[in-house]
Design a protein around this ligand. Structure first.
Ligand SMILES: [Zn+2]
Length: 250
């Protein structure tokens, strides 16, 4: 994506702006004042190329030049402000990423293997995007294994720590989605609906404004003594991509 910034003389400046030292690029969250919580882009000169889209959100960007006047000191010329929206990754892309696919399969197998008579197990993890290498890679952080017994739910922390208002020019790690399995029903009495998020699952995604991915058996429902090796499928729920909300950063 290319954006154009035009440096414009808004005031009568003393001296010669063409004697500027260098161009600086400032970034703030859209709507914030430049000055507080300001970040900078790493650019060397009037051309600012291949800048990493390090963090999703709406950002306001402007440039300025500074030059020194022997009598009046430093003079500044600012550009227009351009608003840029960087989107969080879509859950449809996250769920087919090879790293995530492999982790989901491992989690499924772990949940099935850990389940047994009187013991339901599910597994899950939060999914992060990490841009510190210069491109987006996905990482997972497993929640506590479910305690088994009467409670089969895995405890997954969806963590927004590390995300701030300041643009992280060197990249950052940020939450993009969460994943969990549902447990087999082989050792339980009765039947259960499969492949649908629970009300609690939906509440988490709604409150945290983040997509959820559920892995479960593909059957419509499962009853006691079912085959553990039935095919699995994925169901996504919540928003299609994370929605930034500074009020729920923690
Ligand atoms: Zn669930």
């Amino acid at each position: 994506m290319d954006i154009d910034l035009e440096l414009e003389m808004k005031y009568i400046y003393e001296g010669n702006p063409y004697d500027y030292e260098r161009v600086e690029y400032e970034v703030v969250r859209h709507g914030e004042q430049f000055g507080m919580n300001m970040g900078y882009l790493d650019c060397n000169d009037i051309w600012c190329s291949n800048v990493l889209a390090a963090q999703a959100g709406e950002w306001d960007i402007r440039a300025y030049i500074r030059y020194n006047h022997p009598t009046y000191g430093y003079q500044f010329v600012y550009s227009n402000v351009v608003t840029l929206e960087i989107f969080y990754p879509e859950v449809d892309n996250i769920k087919v990423d090879p790293t995530i696919v492999s982790e989901m399969e491992d989690a499924w197998n772990a949940a099935v293997n850990a389940s047994g008579p009187g013991n339901l197990e599910e597994r899950g993890f939060s999914i992060y995007g990490n841009t510190t290498s210069g491109s987006l890679v996905y990482e997972v952080k497993y929640g506590n294994p479910s305690p088994g017994g009467s409670s089969e739910e895995t405890e997954i922390i969806i963590n927004y720590t590390g995300e701030s208002k300041v643009y992280p020019r060197n990249g950052v790690k940020f939450s993009v989605a969460w994943f969990h399995t549902h447990p087999p029903h082989r050792w339980c009495t009765g039947c259960r609906r499969t492949g649908i998020p629970s009300p609690e699952d939906n509440t988490i995604s709604t409150n945290k404004k983040i997509p959820g991915i559920l892995m479960d058996y593909k059957e419509f429902s499962l009853c006691y003594d079912h085959d553990l090796d039935l095919n699995t499928g994925l169901k996504t729920f919540g928003p299609g991509r994370r929605i930034y909300d500074e009020n729920i950063l923690n």
